[in-house]
Design a protein around this ligand. Structure first.
Ligand code: ADP
Ligand code: MG
Length: 334
């Protein structure tokens, strides 16, 4: 590598241990020693998460470097959000084919900007040569006993989701373009741009996760598609789920670009929306508006937990037959 490993760390990553120039008092020792020395505030539980992005699997070759850096941290902040944690620290394991300065600069900017937004200090990592991949470990705090978990939903609880769903799948399809994706439509430049941003720069629902402490009985972030992730909430909670596709929150951009059927399909199966999906006792339904206000995003009730295991899709009163490849109305004789 033209740029040495240590120069590279010094130049691009060491500055990220002071997000927006502010040193965290709980970082006793950051980048530069054999390990970071960190102090968990007394009376707090530590939540630790880790996610890896591999080129070709999690982002396309040629993807904007800022997006790669942003997403590597965003997916982790989304996991912290789903636990109700306040983000604090991150470590970066970076594997690079070469010391490409434009790539490094862009990734560091993307990661650094999001880190600054949430006051996260990059306290260490590892840098190796090889095919492009980024592993981020993030840590955050939660008051004892208040972490949100996947288990805890009870029959009768409402299934709620933040923001809109399916946008990221459409954004990815647009990024793929002629290679098996959506061919851009010049008449829909603006909605397409917005959908791409939803994929390239997902915003973790950190404020919502914290606001849900003590209110939600279970929570997960939507990374593998709503049907799968809501299903995980239900099975971890030992119950089932009735989900009304008519209530799925769909963006105007998604509806304009692909129409209702495809929008619903992507809302259920498209990954990487990084919205929060949670269970709320019906007695707390009147808190939803206030919660949405505090979290700065829309919240929608899309179903209900039931005692009978399994996922049942309905449209209003009408049951829907559905499998991983799509769904359709039950036809007479089914
Ligand atoms: P060691 O050989 O002891 O594991 P390194 O020489 O790999 O340490 O790293 C030197 C310092 O730089 C360590 O503090 C490490 O945490 C940090 N570091 C290495 N790579 C990165 C990176 N990509 N981002 C942030 N910090 C890094
Ligand atoms: Mg060492």
């Amino acid at each position: 590598m033209a740029l040495g490993e240590f120069q590279l760390i010094d130049r691009f990553f060491r500055p990220l241990d002071r997000p927006a120039g502010v040193a965290r008092a709980d970082v006793l020792l950051g980048v530069g020693d054999d390990g970071a020395l960190l102090r968990v505030p007394s009376g707090q539980d530590l939540v630790a998460v880790l996610d890896t992005l591999v080129q070709g699997t999690h982002f396309l070759p040629g993807c904007a470097p800022r997006s790669i850096g942003h997403r590597a941290l965003a997916v982790n902040l989304s996991d912290l959000a789903a636990m109700g944690a306040t983000p604090a620290w991150a470590l970066l394991g970076l594997t690079l084919p070469a010391a490409d300065e434009a790539l490094l600069q862009g990734m560091a900017e993307g990661l650094g900007q999001l880190a600054a937004e949430y006051g996260v200090a990059l306290v260490g990592g590892d840098t190796t040569a090889g095919p492009l991949a980024l592993t981020v470990q993030a840590m955050g705090f939660v008051p004892p006993g208040q972490a949100l978990q996947r288990r805890g939903a009870r029959p009768g609880d409402l299934l709620c989701v933040s923001g809109t769903l399916g946008d990221s799948a459409a954004g990815l399809a647009l990024e793929r373009g002629a290679q098996g994706g959506l061919v851009p439509d010049p008449a829909l430049l603006q909605p397409e741009q917005w959908l791409r941003q939803r994929f390239l720069f997902p915003q973790p629902r950190v404020a919502l996760g914290q606001a849900l402490r003590g209110l939600a009985t279970a929570c997960i972030d939507v990374s593998d598609g709503l049907a799968q992730d809501a299903g995980k909430l239900a099975s971890a909670s030992g119950c089932g789920l009735r989900l009304d596709v008519a209530q799925l929150p769909l963006s105007a951009a998604l509806r304009a670009r692909v129409g209702l059927a495809q929008a619903r399909h992507w809302a259920l199966t498209g990954g990487e929306d990084f919205e929060l999906c949670f269970a709320l006792p019906p007695t707390r339904q009147d808190r939803l508006l206030q919660l949405a206000d505090a979290a700065g995003c829309a919240l929608q009730v899309i179903g209900r937990f039931e005692a009978e295991p399994g996922l049942r899709l309905v449209e209003g009163d009408q049951p829907l037959a559905w499998d991983a490849t799509g769904f359709e109305h039950f036809t007479a004789g089914d």
